[in-house]
Design a protein around this ligand. Structure first.
Ligand SMILES: [Zn+2]
Length: 476
């Protein structure tokens, strides 16, 4: 197992994860922080985020409040006085040639995150959480390079861990938990993990140097990049070559890391205090105000679900990973669907279908009531579990394609006739009203069958399957 091998080789992994915050305006100016679909480049800009000389930044307090919430979730110490610094570097993605970030004193420090790998729990130390601005986007095209400053100045929170992960799997679990927390705190916009979080991962093996892999989008790529780096460094060490201390880029399409530059030391950035911004002063009142509006978080929810609904560990873990699914589960329970049935469907076929379609329940316009109707019909034996799952699959597919996905629409459109008993009853009813025609059919008049099928279809409002009606009448 590669995981065991990593532990024996003394792998140490640390993560620096940048989280885009869904504030309305940018971090230091009133420009909109809400990207529209297919917007024109350089349309959400002003002299402040473009860094024109003489302009002054003003801090967006909402970003500070979000950082406080994150600090509370990770049990960090919140520093009452922190400040911004200029990180100086020469690159076109920051036209003022420095990025406003926090360096010397961050907003919060010394927290912890607990991850569960199988039966075991492990504590990962959070070194610091700070606020900074996002640089612009550089677009490379054939022979030209373009700059789009729409993103420039958007607020980011950076969560830095100590190198406490022993395997890429642990790093993945930590990031999955982080994404769950962001959803619980209402900090996801659009729900796409690759645009919400970007990580720099550092990894070293015993006897080697610390190598940083920059700018890895999403969660799966972090795990892939770390596995790749482990093998690369292990093979070097096996040939008695010490891996250089350097920064590498992750080429996700190729699945390899590539040397970018030898690692700068922090002093190379020439950090200086940002003179245009005052200290960030946080008092207890502000901290308590944020604490009071924290929602029930995954761990607490899991505890409550175990106690209140008597669910097993595995099901609870799956249910609380996504807040929208946990909410759906509780909605079904409130409507008197048995907790066992509600949880096995929510954490089973529903979750599976959403994953298969690469979407989330909260992103689809499916009313929870429609899922309730479907499951209720399953409980009342109007559908087999097979058909019930098919209906849910169609609901998700239709909703993803922005089509009506109500239970009734799906059942009619895809002819999931609602009940075998209903079809039988409808046939009986039609035949009793059309005895003569039924006798004609029995006498060999094939056309009569089509008439009878049509009448049954009418009786079941088109929800029945004509082929099945034919077979059923045949058997009479
Ligand atoms: Zn601006």
């Amino acid at each position: 197992m590669i995981e065991d091998e990593m532990i024996s080789k003394g792998v140490k992994i640390g993560l620096e994860t940048h989280i885009s915050l869904p504030t309305n305006s940018k971090l230091f100016c009133p420009c909109s922080n809400i990207a529209k679909e297919q917007e024109e480049p350089n349309t959400r800009v002003c002299p402040v985020c473009m860094g024109h000389p003489g302009t002054k930044p003003h801090l967006n307090r909402n970003a500070v409040d979000i950082a406080i919430k994150m600090a509370l979730v990770f049990n960090c110490k919140i520093l009452q006085n922190s400040f911004f610094s200029r990180k100086t570097y020469f690159y076109p993605d920051m036209s003022k040639n420095f990025q406003i970030t926090q360096y010397e004193i961050p907003l919060c420090e010394k927290g912890k995150a607990v991850i569960k790998t199988g039966e075991k729990s492990k504590e990962i130390k959070i070194r610091r959480i700070h606020i900074e601005e996002d640089p612009a986007k550089i677009v490379y095209q054939k022979e030209s390079t373009y700059l789009d400053y729409n993103r420039c100045g958007s607020p980011l929170i950076e969560v830095v861990t100590e190198p406490d992960f022993a395997t890429p799997k642990e790093a993945r679990i930590y990031l999955q938990n982080l994404m769950a927390l962001l959803e619980y705190l209402g900090l996801l916009r659009g729900g796409d993990e690759t645009t919400t979080i970007k990580s720099d991962a550092n990894i070293s093996l015993a006897g080697g140097n610390r190598v940083e892999v920059k700018n890895i989008g999403g969660i799966r790529e972090v795990e892939k990049a770390l596995k790749y780096e482990f093998l690369r460094q292990k093979n070097m060490l096996a040939k008695s070559i010490i891996p250089a201390r350097e920064t590498r880029g992750w080429m996700d399409k190729l699945g390899i890391s590539k040397s970018m530059r030898s690692k700068e030391f922090e002093e190379d950035y020439g950090y200086i205090f940002e003179p245009d911004l005052p200290y960030i002063c946080i008092d207890n009142k502000q901290i308590e105000a944020q604490r009071n509006i924290l929602p029930e978080l995954p761990e607490e929810k899991a505890k409550r679900f175990r106690k209140q609904y008597g669910l097993n560990e595995k099901t609870v873990e799956r249910l609380v990973r996504y807040r929208d699914l946990a909410d759906l589960f509780e909605y079904l329970c409130e409507r008197k669907i048995d907790a066992g049935v509600a949880s096995s469907w929510t954490a089973g076929p529903i979750l599976k279908t959403l994953n298969w379609n690469n979407t989330r329940f909260s992103l689809l316009s499916i009313d929870k009531k429609e899922i309730y109707i479907c499951l209720n019909n399953y409980i009342n034996k109007k559908h087999s579990d097979f058909i019930c799952e098919k209906i849910i699959q169609k609901m998700v597919e239709e909703a993803k394609n922005k089509r009506t996905a109500s239970y009734d629409t799906i059942v009619k459109k895809y002819r999931f006739f609602s009940s075998l008993i209903d079809v039988d009853a409808a046939i009986k009813e039609v035949i009793s009203k059309n005895k003569k025609i039924f006798d004609e059919y029995r006498g060999g008049k094939e056309k009569a069958l089509n008439f009878l099928v049509g009448m049954v279809m009418k009786e079941t409002k088109g929800a029945a399957n004509p082929q099945e009606i034919k077979e059923k009448i045949n058997r009479l």
